[in-house]
Write a protein that binds this ligand. Sequence first.
Ligand SMILES: Nc1ncnc2c1ncn2[C@@H]1O[C@H](COP(=O)(O)OP(=O)(O)OP(=O)(O)O)[C@@H](O)[C@H]1O
Length: 639
Amino acid sequence: MTTTVQDQPAADDEGGRDEGGRGEGGRGKGGAPPPQQAAGAAGDSFDQDVLPAPRGASRTLLGSLLRPHRRRVAGAAVLLLFQQAAVQAGPLLVAYAIDRALPALRDGRDYGPLTAVAVGYLVCALASGWLQHGFIMAAARVSQRVLLELRGRIYRHAQRLDVDFHDRYTSGRLISRSTTDVEALHELLEEGLQELLGVVMSTCYILVMLLWLDIGLGGAAAASFVPLWLLVRNFQRRSLRVFRSKSTAMASVVVKFAETMNGIRPVQSFRRERPNDAAFAELNGSHRRINGDAILEMARYVVLSRLVANTAVAAIVLWGAYRVASGGMELGVLAASALYLRRLYDPIDRLGMFLNSYQSAAASLEKIAGVLAWAPAVPEPAAPRELPPREPGRPGREVVFDRVRFAYRTGGEVLPEFSLTLPAGRTVAVVGATGAGKSTLAKLLSRFYDPSGGRVLLDGADLRELDASALRREVVMVTQEAFLFSGTVAENIAIGRPDASRAQVEGAAKAIGAHDFIAALPDGYDTDVRKRGGRISAGQRQLVSFARALLADPAVLILDEATSSLDVPGERAVQGAMGTVLRGRTAVVIAHRLSTVAVADRVLVMADGRVVEDGTPDELLAGSGRFATLHRAWRDSLT
Ligand SMILES: Nc1ncnc2c1ncn2[C@@H]1O[C@H](COP(=O)(O)OP(=O)(O)OP(=O)(O)O)[C@@H](O)[C@H]1O
């Protein structure tokens, strides 16, 4: 029998993909599309490293991070309030000493007021130091906890996001988000916020003091804040732009770094070091240029704000001196006002520093909020459906592709609409030319992607309705990569069944023919694969992942080119064990090597995303179709 499906062109390769299929790929059935998928330029946003986030997402994120610590934040603010009061009492004491205490000493030999001033000064200095210490401790505690939570959120969310997201966003950007961008927020919370609160409070205190000392001088000082405010606004606008690009540039450096180091073997074997050096230097240079822009913006702000501040101080003090000379003001008041004026404009440089760290953190928070707002394209169901228990005597589960079609979000339609039933307990081999869509079929079955249309059913249940861990228990895919997690060989085998005993782990390894090489490792099953990972070859890794799949005992097993790294004896050993591995479950075997097909009850031949031949191996071999031709060519090549 041959499944016929409508003719559709296959997708382009990586480079030539358009965004045509993006809107539908990976969207949950019947559910509203996640906001980012409905957004117009999601493809561009990945390229430009700006994921769309709802308005005010950064503020909401910061609020949600700080809310659990609001008591401590309020306590820290109160400490700072008193600390500033203690600091700003200084000039007031000086004014009192000049205008009251000194005349009392001179005229009446009364030491009392001067002593009170000295004691007051000492108390204020001690209190200010103690309060500042308290504030720093409280702020550090809050910022450490916020960072811990934020990094954890990024990690947890990234793990839930679909493979499509990871393919496009890349691990380098995620690393950059959870290191440099989180660090930017750290700086703001630990130092910047103290700076800001200090500046705002001291400005308020000083203005009140100046107004109290002399309404005219105080009013003039307050008026000088209008041009300063305009300068701050302008600086803020310009520097946010710079910091956004800075965060993107930093991420590009990390992405390039991660890409090169992850692919160090091909890099070295294809002698890509020089072109890579040049590309990296370019990215590094662009980061340096943007850093330079940030420094220039800061310098511009500092110079202009100093100009405004110095002009204001000179004008106000001159006016005050004129009034003292004409007897309209006491000398002590002018001296205290001059001291306050110096303090008033002192923090404007520090305000620039704060604004710098604020803008840097705002740009970083924007990017982090974008990642956190990105909804998984393969969402967990709100109310998961239970699968009926596996029927005794009926091995595996039935798989049905019901009018399924599929397009990757970054490409055209890869699988045109098709329907297919894989009966429980049978082994189906899928063969076909490279790029025909075999792995895509497997990825739909293991729900790395959701179909663009139609449903994939496991014993009648739509995969989208199943709880993720139930699905992972029922459907296991062994791929060519055979990834090993950090930990021992035994832990790696037991990943799908952590409660398995050592005897069961060894049993699985023996059944697959992996026991001998594992036993020969320095610590046998307790060998740490990362520390001695170099000793485990690609073929041995595949054997370990076979044993892992066998032990997990899934209802549906998918082998995607899973024997491709094995040598001929290794493959023979696995093929010998294949009967054990496949028995009692539904199996989909994607195979380049036609020898693997021998174990199948049924063969599907795919071409351009369509199943073009479907039958038992014998039926297909007896015919004159593609499979028969391929098989004949393969047999001839062996003889
Ligand atoms: N992540 C992806 N995004 C966009 N298109 C993809 C993606 N992965 C695969 N494709 C495209 O989908 C088509 C089918 O790919 P698939 O990997 O399913 O083929 P295959 O038959 O398994 O090939 P092979 O035998 O080489 O592994 C190809 O045209 C490929 O370019």
